[in-house]
Design a protein around this ligand. Structure first.
Ligand code: PMP
Ligand code: GLU
Length: 396
């Protein structure tokens, strides 16, 4: 009989997509549900980027690109890394992929052996642990809580490192917590990693531009770990280009070569039209897209103000990305409208069924106490969603 592989059986479905598909199904049944599930900008692709894509089609960019991406795009990425992050990378250190998701997976495939340990500051983005499993590695979870803004300390990291540690993988700004690490915090982490030359840092900076309160710092900018760091970024969040599937990594040359080798066998590289448009997207500079960040900030303020008044929700004000991650442990162990709430996934399901508001439970982010709301939605939907939740809980 044909069977799935053990590798596939180890995997879970991506909960972000599971919950957003549920919203789609419920709507198709005529149910009025508000979806605050998937993390993607609700803006259209800016016109300058669209025009560059039309031009690329008319100029017949229809053949395979080099596996790591067009040289002109890798040069534009190098310019961006210098301009925004004061980082020096040569095009040979950059690999463009089908979204940042693939960029992360390429590096994991390039460095993780069976049984290798990958440190995941927790909560982490849903796909990290699954990627570790895919590569045969072992995730080591370093727990945080809302009190520490969901950030690990250098000392916690030091305690988690063993001779088997291969990778430290984290996002700053963070999905799902909305926190970001400051210069001092990253410096302390860099100093720890520098003492362990076998470790590769995968620094996922895809929410770099969506930062309301501070300066984005890349851990690669600390010289002591430049050679140990792979910077991940992409077009999805900053330029509202989620469906165009362009991400990249910038890394030491040997690691970029490893990604090129993996990618050459897996996907042959990224979509050529989207690559050409990405050059224009990057070169326009951050200010060109500030209107989206300003709008997310307004919505951050709105959802925070409304959510902090919901009984049993402990919330910190997220400083970046477009997620809010309240601690709802007050409800765990209770029975609400006949439904037993054993963890945050049960609570998210309860809100979906009873309040018709969709979020993503925290379990797949490694956190049983919190749930994630994406607020890249209209102010009207945010306001109505918080009203529904408050009313539903008041009637329990
Ligand atoms: N990293 C993080 C933290 C994310 O939230 C996402 C979500 N899309 C990605 C990487 C992947 O982005 P993409 O593949 O769309 O570039
Ligand atoms: N990154 C987004 C999220 O966390 C999109 C979905 C995904 O890639 O998992 O919702």
């Amino acid at each position: 009989m044909q069977k799935y592989s053990d590798r596939l059986n180890r995997l879970s479905y991506s909960q972000t997509f599971v919950m957003s598909n549920k919203v789609r199904e419920m709507r198709a049944e005529g149910i009025d549900v508000i979806g605050l599930t998937l993390g993607e900008p609700d803006f259209d692709v800016p016109d300058n980027i669209k025009q560059a894509a039309f031009d690329a089609i008319n100029e017949n960019y229809s053949h395979y690109s080099p596996v790591p991406g067009f040289l002109e795009l890798r040069q534009a990425i190098a310019r961006k890394l210098k301009r925004d992050n004061n980082l020096d990378y040569k095009p040979t250190q950059i690999v463009v992929s089908n979204g940042a998701k693939q960029s992360i997976l390429n590096i994991m495939a390039a460095v993780v052996n069976d049984g290798d340990e990958v440190i995941l500051p927790t909560p982490y983005w849903v796909s990290y642990d699954e990627m570790v499993k895919m590569m045969g590695g072992k995730s080591i979870f370093v727990q945080t809580s809302i009190e520490s803004e969901f950030k690990i300390t250098a000392q916690q990291l030091e305690e988690a490192i063993t001779p088997k540690t291969k990778v430290l993988l984290f996002s700053s700004p963070c999905n799902p917590s909305g926190s970001f690490y400051t210069y001092e915090e990253l410096k302390a982490i860099a100093e720890v990693v520098a003492k362990h030359p076998q470790i590769t840092i995968i620094s996922d900076e895809i929410y770099e531009y969506i930062n309301y309160e501070g300066e984005h710092v890349s851990i690669a900018s600390f010289p002591e770990v430049y050679e140990q760091t792979a910077v991940i970024n992409g077009m999805s969040k900053a330029f509202a280009m989620t469906g165009w599937r362009i991400g990249y990594c910038a890394a030491p040359e040997w690691l970029a070569k490893g990604c090129d080798k993996v990618q050459g066998q897996m996907t042959s590289g990224a979509n050529t039209v989207a690559q050409r448009a990405s050059i224009v997207a990057l070169d326009a500079g951050k200010e060109h897209y500030q209107y989206m960040v300003d709008s997310f900030k307004k919505r951050r303020d709105l959802i925070y103000d409304l959510m902090k008044d919901i009984p049993g929700f402990k919330v910190n004000k997220p400083k970046s990305a477009f997620y809010i991650f309240p601690d709802i442990s007050f409800y765990i162990g209770k029975t609400l409208k006949g439904k037993e709430i054993k963890n945050s996934d049960d609570f998210a399901m309860f809100l979906l069924e009873e309040a018709k508001v969709a979020s993503v439970g925290g379990v797949s982010f490694g956190d049983v106490n919190c749930i994630r709301f994406s607020y890249a939605s209209s102010e009207k939907d945010i306001t109505e969603a918080m009203r529904r939740i408050k009313e539903c809980l008041a009637s329990c």
